[in-house]
Design a binder for this molecule. Structure first.
Ligand code: HEC
Length: 222
């Protein structure tokens, strides 16, 4: 090899002397310490943090998972437990508003004003706000013939029966009839009180097989 580096062991192994090998190893060994081989504090701390979180998570699940049993968390269960508590209490005004929109609105209108000379108003009506027995009877069996509401007489159409009458009727439950009446008696500034389901049941049983009422007949009722 070249004359300038006769004994360089990197170039010619056979030419390496003991001294040259030792000095080469000493140089390598005396180099900067290998910092990458050391434990560093931050990753070690993270290891503890994550171990801690995993331990906490496991403990938490063990404590609060209810053993992953499907009955421990049941989103359909009603508060309070017992069988009766699970029966949902429906607000009659909410049910009544729905029933009104389904059935009454076409004739008596959304604002309860009816249609002049055809469908009488429910707003401010003495029939709506007055006697419970009369208004329940109108709903159960219907009404035909002239009727005076707020000083005006209507006779152009028939009020259908929402109970069950011979040959027809909407056949609504007592709950629905009570709810729609409770609703109309408190809506649009009306002041009639709520109507009890039991009262509807009572009158339905009392007049099981009758047809539409007339105004004269209704006025006989209390
Ligand atoms: C098909 C049209 C029609 C529908 C539907 C209808 N009504 Fe009537 N309603 C009438 C007519 C017509 C009269 C007046 C009957 C008459 O002239 O004898 C009347 C009369 C009444 C009366 C007594 C008079 C008054 O204005 O206060 C009440 C109360 C009443 N309806 C409530 C209801 C309720 C509540 C519903 C829904 C559950 C309903 N009606 C559905 C047509 C209807």
């Amino acid at each position: 090899m070249s004359a300038e580096m006769p004994n360089d062991p990197r170039l010619e192994q056979a030419a390496a002397t003991d001294e040259s090998l030792i000095s080469a190893h000493e140089k390598a060994a005396a180099g900067e310490p290998d910092t990458h081989a050391h434990y560093r504090l931050l990753p070690l701390a993270l290891l503890f943090v994550f171990s801690g979180l995993i331990f906490f998570g496991g403990t938490y699940l063990n404590r609060y998972s209810g053993h992953f049993h499907s009955e421990i968390f049941d989103e359909r269960q009603m508060p309070g437990g017992g069988a009766e508590a699970a029966v949902v209490q429906i607000d009659p005004v909410v049910l009544g508003r729905k029933q009104y929109a389904l059935a009454c609105i076409t004739c008596h209108q959304a604002n309860g004003q009816g249609v002049p000379n055809v469908y009488p108003p429910l707003v401010g009506s003495e029939w709506v706000n007055g006697s419970e027995e009369r208004v329940i009877s109108i709903l159960l069996h219907g009404l035909k013939g002239p009727i005076t509401v707020e000083g005006k007489t209507y006779n152009a159409a028939v009020m259908p029966a929402f109970g069950q009458v011979p040959g027809g009727g909407y056949n609504w439950s007592d709950e629905k009839i009570a709810a729609v009446l409770t609703y109309v008696r408190q809506e649009w500034g009306n002041t009639g009180g709520p109507i009890a389901v039991a009262k509807v049941t009572e009158l339905r049983n009392k007049e099981a097989n009758r047809k539409e009422w007339t105004e004269a007949e209704l006025l006989q009722l209390p």
